[in-house]
Write a protein that binds this ligand. Structure first.
Ligand SMILES: [Fe+2]
Ligand SMILES: [Fe+2]
Length: 345
């Protein structure tokens, strides 16, 4: 029944009755187990520390004393070994203590060798099943980890693909509307500089930078004749222009991690006094990133050539921003922006 190529299971016999030990050794050895022997608990502890033991057999009495120490030692040290205890006439109290300490089996002496072999075989089978189930669990955990990692990588790839698609939309927009060339980049740079002055976290600064890059992406859906119109816009044309924050938001929120960025983008044309669009939000209702973006956006629009007017000087643009603090712009953020542009201490 035992295969020669298999490693024999090791059984530690802790007993002081030499004739019994010899007979047990013979029985166990005859069916292919490897038997180690100790005559007291100290010897047993040394063997347990040195060898991988699969099962321990001992007695309720050892060297004339009640043998609870070994059971406790094996449990406390966490060896995870089952114990079979032999006993002549165990007291009920002792049986209860043995049960409490988790012994695998109690065999009363005298016993027939088949009783012991049956118990040994069951205990070792249980040990093998436990080891196998632990292996399966570890294997399962490993597979779950691998699967999670590959899913995460796939999501990252997907996200990168979406980001590069949005970036190419920005380039396409800049090619279509020559007046916005470099606008998004400059807005992104100024907005993140303001965020640094406000001691935002590096994560928030990065989000604001991306929001700046993508804020006008929705203009891709607006016809060139309206975008590049030299004269005054009709109210229908202006209504069309006003849809761009919503279109920008729709495009950017395709990236699941860009929810907050898409909110900043949605509100980059809100006014601090509630006269902006698309939601006519007021003051603190407007996300702080959007309030920053509004200032940087207006500044860059004023200091760039437009189809309907040439660029304003920096000092003129800054004074217009200062004048509109509290109406179009958050007055506290205007102070920061003016300081950043060197127009204030
Ligand atoms: Fe815009
Ligand atoms: Fe803009």
């Amino acid at each position: 029944m035992r295969n020669g190529t298999r490693v024999a299971e090791k059984i530690l016999l802790v007993h002081d009755e030499q004739p019994l030990v010899e007979s047990l050794k013979n029985v166990l050895f005859s069916v292919g187990y490897e038997v180690l022997q100790a005559t007291d608990n100290d010897q047993a502890a040394q063997i347990l520390d040195r060898e991988t033991v699969d099962l321990l057999i001992t007695d309720t009495q050892l060297n004339g004393a009640v043998n609870d120490g070994l059971m406790n030692y094996v449990n406390d040290a966490g060896y995870g070994i089952d114990i079979i205890v032999l006993s002549s006439t165990p007291e009920l109290e002792q049986v209860r203590r043995l049960i409490d300490s988790g012994v695998y089996d109690l065999i009363s002496k005298p016993f027939h060798s088949y009783e012991l072999l049956l118990s040994v075989s069951r205990a070792l089978e249980k040990r093998k099943l436990l080891a196998r189930s632990r292996e399966l669990q570890l294997d399962m955990e490993k597979k779950i980890k691998e699967k999670t990692l590959s899913l995460r990588l796939r999501n990252q790839e997907k996200q990168q693909l979406l980001i590069s698609t949005i970036r190419s939309l920005v380039s396409a927009l800049e090619a279509k509307d020559k007046y916005t060339e470099g606008h998004s980049r400059r807005v992104a740079e100024n907005a993140s500089m303001m965020a640094q002055m406000l001691s935002f976290s590096s994560f928030d600064i990065e989000e604001l930078h991306l929001a700046g890059l993508f804020h006008d992406i929705g203009k891709i859906g607006i016809t060139e004749s309206v975008l590049n119109k030299k004269g005054q816009l009709t109210s229908e044309e202006y209504d069309l222009i006003k849809t761009h924050p919503l279109i920008s938001q729709k495009i950017v929120e395709q990236v699941p991690q860009f929810k907050r960025i898409s909110k900043i983008i949605r509100h980059h044309h809100e006014f601090f006094d509630g006269n902006g669009y698309p939601d006519a939000l007021q003051g603190q209702q407007i996300p702080v990133g959007a309030r920053i973006m509004t200032i940087c956006d207006a500044y860059d629009a004023m200091t760039s050539d437009r189809s309907y007017r040439p660029a304003l000087s920096e000092s003129r643009a800054l004074s217009i921003i200062e004048r509109n603090a509290g109406t179009q712009f958050d007055p506290e953020l205007v102070k920061i922006f003016l300081r950043m542009r060197g127009a204030r201490n």
